[in-house]
Design a protein around this ligand. Structure first.
Ligand code: AVI
Length: 331
């Protein structure tokens, strides 16, 4: 699929926003209807991120219990000089995610890429973040791409910009939201996007105690619960569903055997819900599976990278090994 449209300029830095034409404009509806028809009802986690969902996720990132964001940030601060040496000058920096984080700012400020391209499905968040970065770094050439990075994609080519190396930045341990098989397929696609010599800088959440992980996904203030339930609110609003939110509850737990968090919305009653003329029945205690978040031991992730033809050049971690940032070269 090729990018379809370019637009937009901000007063200071120039921002171009490209959109990949969605061949299935009713993708959300189809995915919800198909997912709720499965024996284990499920909705893909990419649909969390409407405007409210993106705000709630930002709030999660600041929670005491949610250690990944602050830990990854501390690691980036610590490793940035080494990382900059490893990446070298004249890079084209592609970020999978909106680019709203402080980590991105640290990276851009230090490596000064020739070109920066955030790729995100959430257009509002992408526009805001790209505009903010262009204002903060007026020298920066910013081209945002509205696309689902979990799908195969072709990036626009830019001529006349000095680029020695393409770098893909994928922070936040979002790779954990794929199954290991999907993660491998994703890494292989990233390898294709980078080409030999390109580098992937990726944040990975590590395996740790169930107590710490359970709390990170079921916080005391209920922000994660609100984030999860917002998915039903979005289905009601955008697809004309009639979920009663008070009849569902957030459920999240770490499955130590599988090495992953599972997030569900549990029906508290026997009930049915209608969406687009279809009826879905729920037994009491039945759940909609909304997210997995896989955790990797450092050696496990190194092996996954190796299977996708990446050579791990550096692994940066915090003293408690709660989180890891990998720099992996496509070979
Ligand atoms: C985006 N992703 C890496 C988050 C995670 O930790 O899996 C999403 C999230 N879900 C609940 N809390 C945070």
């Amino acid at each position: 699929m090729l990018p379809s449209a370019a637009s937009e300029a901000s007063p200071q830095g120039i921002v171009r926003i490209y959109r990949l034409l969605d061949p299935r404009p009713d993708g959300f509806l189809n995915d919800v209807l198909a997912g709720l028809s499965l024996p284990q009802k499920a909705v893909p986690p990419k649909y969390f991120y409407d405007e409210r969902g993106s705000q709630l996720f930002e709030e999660i990132c600041g929670l005491d219990e949610y250690y990944p964001t602050r830990t990854e940030l501390a690691i980036m601060r610590e490793c940035i000089d080494d990382l900059a040496k490893l990446l070298g000058p004249d890079t084209e920096l592609v970020e999978f995610g909106s680019g709203a984080s402080v980590k991105t700012r640290i990276l851009i400020e230090r490596i000064r890429p020739s070109l920066y391209m955030p790729v995100d499905i959430a257009e509002v968040a992408l526009r805001e973040a790209a505009g903010g970065l262009a204002r903060l770094f007026p020298w920066l050439n910013v081209s945002g791409l509205v696309a689902d990075f979990a799908q195969p994609l072709a990036l626009p080519e830019f001529v006349g910009v000095p680029v020695r190396r393409r770098v893909v930045y994928f922070p936040g341990s979002t790779i954990g939201n794929f199954t290991p098989g999907e993660a491998l397929a994703f890494l292989r696609r990233v390898h294709g996007i980078l080409g030999a010599g390109g580098v992937l800088v990726i944040g990975v959440d590590t395996k740790k105690s169930k107590k710490v992980l359970d709390a990170a996904y079921d916080d005391a203030r209920g922000v994660t619960a609100e984030f999860n339930l917002n998915l039903l609110r979005r289905i009601n609003r955008e697809l004309g569903g009639d979920f009663q939110l008070a009849r569902f509850r957030h459920k999240a737990f770490y499955d130590e055997t599988a090495g992953r968090i599972e997030m569900h919305l549990e029906s508290t009653h026997a009930q049915f819900v209608r969406i687009a003329g279809r009826r879905f029945d729920f037994a009491p205690g039945e759940t909609i599976h909304t997210e997995i978040s896989c955790k990797y031991a450092i050696e496990e992730f190194r092996a996954l990278g190796h299977a996708a033809r990446f050579h791990t050049q550096a692994v940066y971690t915090d003293p408690d090994r709660l989180f890891a940032v990998f720099a992996m070269m496509a070979v």
